[in-house]
Design a protein around this ligand. Sequence first.
Ligand code: GUN
Length: 278
Amino acid sequence: MALVIDGKATSQAIKDELKLEVARLSEAGKPVPCLAVVLVGEDPASKVYVKNKKNACAYIGIESRSIELPDQTSEETLLGIIDELNADPSVNGILVQLPLPLHIDEDRVIERISPDKDVDGFNPLNAGRLFTGRPGFVSCTPAGIVELLKRHNIEIAGKHCVVVGRSNIVGKPMALLMLRENATVTVCHSKTVNLKEITSQADILICAIGKPRFFTADYVKEGAVVVDVGIHRMEDGKLCGDVRYDEVEPKCSAITPVPGGVGPMTIAMLMKNCVEAV
Ligand code: GUN
């Protein structure tokens, strides 16, 4: 039987630790952290994500400031708002919810957020800091995965970690973080030839290919640790990941479920970044 890695409980534990830390900061006369959350348009999924982030802030005692803009907002207007938030000393963290409407250049927006307030860790300066091993904000999903493995006493150093996915938000920072933890890292993606042969050599397999139930048992080595980053809604309304949990779970030593695995860790790490931003 595999260890089922409980991301929900781990996320809750981190949020409780942060709540204590914010209370201590407050008692020491330090300002309460403040996160500005910018949402452009009416995307229902983005609205849910933003609501969850604001709820987490409220639980921990982080102030959240909501900036909701219409779909037609111009890039110049959005950049102007980011400039104001960058200059506002009462704002510690800035999060622009993605995706943005197609007429707005996401790269320009991300680059405009001050690296010191970039709690998502998406700004190229923070990506570069991770690349060169310097301290900086790290993208929350991969940071959450490392935290999840460490808190479940899963050894990373010396292990062969295969990351399937190469996005700027998950795959690439994930590979760099595992390298920082002294894993031997292989990065694969949708165009990799003989994917199965490579993934079945992994001690730790990070599945972020973005295809529902893609990874069958024959992609996984007996006794591997499997981390499922995917989240997809099936026709019956249920959620599933990139991994066929039912057939992979009996084969591995530990696995993250969907829902309740990696997902809740992303918000916990965002909150951690907000507290660190102060
Ligand atoms: N959209 C989907 N995931 C994320 C995230 O982690 N941060 C932001 N800003 N937008 C997202």
